[in-house]
Ligand binder design. Structure first.
Ligand SMILES: *Cc1c(COP(=O)(O)O)cnc(C)c1O
Length: 405
């Protein structure tokens, strides 16, 4: 009898009771807008910003409507103008080039290595093409940040970090999002904290912070931001920056605060599951596990492996067989974008040159969500299913009995 997994890859845990109660209290108060406070009251949004800034060790934090909005605001706040070129990862998700396009700028894609991080050689080769890098720590894989920052500093490139998958992660002990000029996080349901939608920006530069606050739609109420820059910073910026409304509200902040307090524990639970699956996959013929560098503190909320050099129909056969046994895998090699998964050549509003080495890596990347609703036994079962189906297809190919496409 073959085992079938019956769990859901899209089911997250409920919002903690404390968050539900805080959210209900906000609703009872009627004061959902962040600048709508009773005398002496500190808004949930303001407290969330202070707590997140403290957590990652940043001077300033701003809560906004989404991760994509956070990136667009960061780009604009560091001075990106319409028509500018912005370097970014070829291996990422659609909101990343979308944030660049949203400010009228033009993405220039940088290749991906077999470790699934940005290719620093390709970055060096393209360094003279732009002044800003929107660095996506895609699926939680963090590049060698010392090398990357040295390269960008030497080339005068401002780095903005997309930490949608690295909230709670670190490189060499430094929290992800605090090495670039701005760190951007998402609080969307499938990320590490869940408010449905939401985003956070962190930065140390008071001028960038003031621009971001104004852009987010603070009107002239910026003084109520406790994790914002001093009011002198707004002297001229308040006249210069347009209001591009994208604030976070108190309801979302109330839901998020208890989740942030619990983030370390949740990250440990993700990693238990991640390493359980990784352990089950190791040694599968034809399958390459991505070894994580010792300097990286990961948050294993998803797992990737490579089917390196496999023909497309064989990868598709693995996906089909796993799906039949309840295991949902995604593939970055597909010619057509599906669901959340797309590739640099799917974003046809950008003129991009083909990157053969990156295409070869992308063609082998298989990706799987690891929600915390999975038990460790679920993880064992999922790994067994993948192992047996990859093994079977691999064996068929070696026997010359190519699987039906
Ligand atoms: C989800 C995601 C974002 C954007 O976050 P939203 O809150 O959905 O706008 C940015 N980058 C990556 C890599 C993501 O997966």
């Amino acid at each position: 009898m073959t085992d079938v997994f019956r769990g859901s890859f899209t089911q997250q845990e409920p919002i903690p009771e404390e968050g539900i109660e805080a959210a209900v209290a906000v609703m009872r108060s009627g004061r959902l807008h962040r600048y709508n406070t009773a005398p002496g009251e500190v808004a949930q949004t303001v407290m969330l910003e202070q707590e997140f800034a403290d957590m990652v060790g940043a001077r300033y934090c701003l809560a906004v409507a989404s991760g994509g909005y956070a990136m667009g605001t960061a780009l604009r706040a560091v001075g990106v103008r319409p028509g500018d070129r912005v370097l970014t990862n070829a291996f990422t998700l659609a909101p990343v080039p979308g944030a660049i396009a949203a400010v009228g700028a033009v993405p220039v894609f940088v290749g991906v290595t077999r470790q699934l991080v940005i290719d620093l050689d390709d970055l060096a080769a393209k360094a003279d093409q732009a002044d800003v890098l929107l660095l996506s720590h895609m699926r939680g894989h963090i590049a060698d940040m010392e090398a990357l920052m040295a390269l960008c500093d030497a080339s005068g490139i401002t780095v903005i970090e997309d930490c949608a998958h690295t909230m709670g992660a670190a490189w060499n002990g430094v929290p992800s999002g605090t090495q670039g000029k701005v760190g951007c996080y998402s609080c969307q349901t499938y990320k590490h904290v869940n408010a449905g939608e939401g985003g956070l920006l962190v930065m140390d530069d008071p001028e960038i912070a003031a621009r971001a606050v104004m852009l987010s739609g603070s009107y002239m109420l910026y003084e109520s931001h406790r994790a914002g820059p001093p009011k002198e910073m707004f002297e001229t910026i308040r006249y210069e920056m347009p209001n591009v409304s994208g604030r976070m509200d108190n309801l979302r902040a109330a839901i998020l605060r208890p989740q942030l307090r619990d983030l370390d524990r949740q990250c440990a639970r993700w990693n238990e599951r991640y390493f359980r699956i990784e352990g089950g996959l190791r040694g599968t013929p034809g399958l390459t596990v991505i070894d994580r560098p010792a300097r990286e503190t990961i948050v294993g909320s998803s797992i990737q492996f490579l089917l390196d050099g496999w023909a497309a129909p064989d990868v598709q056969e693995v996906l089909r067989r796993c799906r039949e046994r309840g295991v949902e895998l995604k593939w970055f090699g597909a010619a057509e974008p599906i669901g959340f998964t797309s590739r640099y050549d799917s974003w046809q509003y950008v003129k991009s040159e083909r990157m053969p080495a990156s295409d070869a890596v992308l063609a082998g990347i298989v990706d799987m969500r690891v929600p915390l609703t999975f038990s460790l036994e679920d993880c064992d079962l999922i790994a067994r299913i993948i192992r047996s189906e990859v093994g079977a297809v691999h064996q068929n190919v070696r026997d010359g009995a190519r699987s039906p496409a």
